[in-house]
Design a protein around this ligand. Structure first.
Ligand code: BDR
Ligand code: CA
Length: 312
């Protein structure tokens, strides 16, 4: 039985690859895509999700637009990483359809409460939609199988020295989610910075020879520049597809259970995922935190799935 999932995202170059990975994976039953403000405004992230579905002929995946700003803070976007559109680089097709009329929060609640089986949520963006849904309808808690998310880090930051982008943008939402009692699998920067699209991996993606693989390769080339200049990386990190891959095959990653607190106030540390690696607080664990990824296996999985899009 495929695992029912909802992708909650802010495409975003790596979110786009996460959609492509999920859309080609028979292990997953993607019930819908919800979008949120993050890398760019929610209007743009929604349009970008639709463009990726159009490119890959994923007509079955409906897109629901969600929250337009974080719960408390003003929105911070990441055009410096993803360009003005949020998906700069390749020429992507104009979507023939629009977002669904239902708001993402309504969709999340309706889908979770009506689903026969619990649903896994895969957020790869600020956690605003998930937190808002949990606040509006706490009964959804028991309908969520688990949350497998990209965000945070044990030991690094990419937006401040202390904080990763998805958590920094909406720490208050992250706090709601991490205190919700729902099982959480957190894949942070310590892991995703090991999943680099090295030149030979990029070559393999392009060599698949389809419009999807060409667009994926062009997305990676745009995404690479920021990471080369800023971090001296040999290729861009595929943050968000790691969360999808962890639902498909968790054995590709190593996790450790621990307590994670979200810093809301810190003068220098707002948005930090404070991971109690050695349980110094004695607090009960509330998350499985990613420690590492087997990058060759991750890319084998990704490339084999991108190959399914075929040449049309
Ligand atoms: C996260 O921030 C976004 O820019 C990426 O899409 C990813 O979800 C990495 O910090
Ligand atoms: Ca993202």
């Amino acid at each position: 039985m495929p695992i029912p999932v909802i992708l909650d995202c802010d495409p975003g170059h790596d979110d786009a690859i996460a959609i492509l990975l999920a859309g080609a994976s028979p292990e997953l039953d993607v019930r819908g895509i919800t979008t949120v403000a993050g890398n760019v405004s929610v209007d743009k992230t929604s349009k970008n999700a639709l463009k990726i579905c159009e490119l890959a002929k994923l007509d079955r995946l409906k897109v629901y637009a969600g929250m337009s700003r974080p719960l408390v803070k003003d929105l911070l976007t990441a055009e410096n990483v993803h360009g003005r559109s949020g998906l700069d680089g390749p020429e992507l097709p104009e979507p023939k359809r629009t977002v669904e009329p239902r708001h993402a929060i309504d969709f999340l609640i309706d889908e979770l409460l009506s689903s026969k089986e619990p649903v896994t949520l895969i957020p790869t963006a600020p956690l605003t939609n998930i937190a808002a849904a949990l606040i509006r309808e706490p009964r959804i808690r028991t309908s969520i199988q688990e949350i497998v998310m990209m965000g945070g880090a044990i030991a690094e930051g990419n937006t401040t020295p202390a904080a990763e982008f998805n958590i920094y943008v909406d720490p208050h939402a992250a706090d709601v989610v991490f205190r919700s009692g729902v099982p959480i699998w957190m894949i942070g920067l310590d892991v995703t910075h090991q999943a680099l699209v090295l030149p030979e991996r990029l070559k393999k993606i392009r060599a698949l020879g389809s419009p999807v693989s060409a667009a994926a390769a062009d997305l990676m080339i745009f995404f690479q520049e920021h990471h080369r200049v800023k971090y001296g990386m040999e290729g861009p990190p595929l943050h968000d597809p790691c969360a999808v891959a962890a639902v498909i095959d968790r054995s590709i990653f190593r996790f450790k259970e621990m307590h994670v607190g979200i810093e809301l106030e810190g003068r220098l540390t707002q948005g930090r995922t404070v991971c109690d690696l050695w349980n110094v607080t004695g607090n009960p664990p509330n998350a499985h935190v990613g420690l590492s990824v087997d990058a060759p296996r991750f890319f084998d999985l990704l490339i084999s799935r991108l190959a399914r899009y075929g040449k049309w």
